[in-house]
Design a protein around this ligand. Sequence first.
Ligand SMILES: [Zn+2]
Ligand SMILES: [Zn+2]
Length: 347
Amino acid sequence: MPAAYTAGPVAALRRIAFLLERAREDTYKVKAYRGAAATILPLPDDEVARMVDEGTLTDLPGVGKSSGRVIAEAVRGETPRRLAELETEHAGPLTEDEHGAHDLHAALRGDCHSHSDWSDGGSPIEEMAITAMELGHEYLVLTDHSPRLKVARGLSAERLARQLDVVDAVNEHLGGSFTLLKGIEVDILDDGGLDQTEEMLDRLDVRVASVHSKLRMDRDAMTRRMVAATRNRHMNVLGHCTGRLVTGGRGTRPPSQFDARAVFESCAEHDVAVEINSRPERRDPPTELLELARDIGCVFSIDSDAHAPGQLDFLWYGAERAAAAGIEPDRIVNTWPKERLLAWATK
Ligand SMILES: [Zn+2]
Ligand SMILES: [Zn+2]
């Protein structure tokens, strides 16, 4: 007899969604499992058990054949077959263990770049926070977009202020050893200014600043724009510095052109971390630039840039690249304890 499965159907569905998502499976399938979890979450256990007995689970909105089978198996105390398959095939490290990549991954305490459904992410704030906690993070910085990025529903100062209250509430509920930190992925404007009010930027813990518009600006103008941003005392992390896309559903996009030495020297001078963006379609900075930033003496932040809970596990990819470039863990700000990170981010 296999050991009884005691985590219950909601945990089984969430775990399946997480494992599919980190393996970059079809979003539609991921949503189906997560939707089924949301449907049964508010229902009393005995009602779910009754529906399992009567075979009426699929009458519930959002519960289909596959998710219904998972629920039934979990309710009966059996490990759902789909879950067992995924735990065998899809759990575990996402990368090979070369150049000490796994040790470096283990040294990461948190993540400085993530999105919720307040901007262009797919999941609520609390789902992102709980998943980060389950991954063993000490902190997650919530960094939704700034107002000018309208396609991503960037947050106005008013919405950001409201979000900060929600972050406080989430932290009260979660408590303990995990903290959801207040942040932003703020647009670097054409002149190098940052797209949020001083007052709001002051209220945040960690600020990622990125270029999302006019990526094809000429080289000198782009250099001036990025260097000006790094001089802003609010800037802590330079997000996906070239903006390139190497693969994936959005197609490919060449890196933007700028004087990388000038930009990274300014990052080093103003204590701005260069982000190692872990998203498989970004792999930003390209290796040559990553090594240049390393040689100049920059610090780094290995970020997931997660737009969905399963993507929080993409840190494996960034850790692999940092390890391959021989970057020491102490130069990676998210290996630092939370207090050190927060002190560093306050200028
Ligand atoms: Zn971005
Ligand atoms: Zn982002």
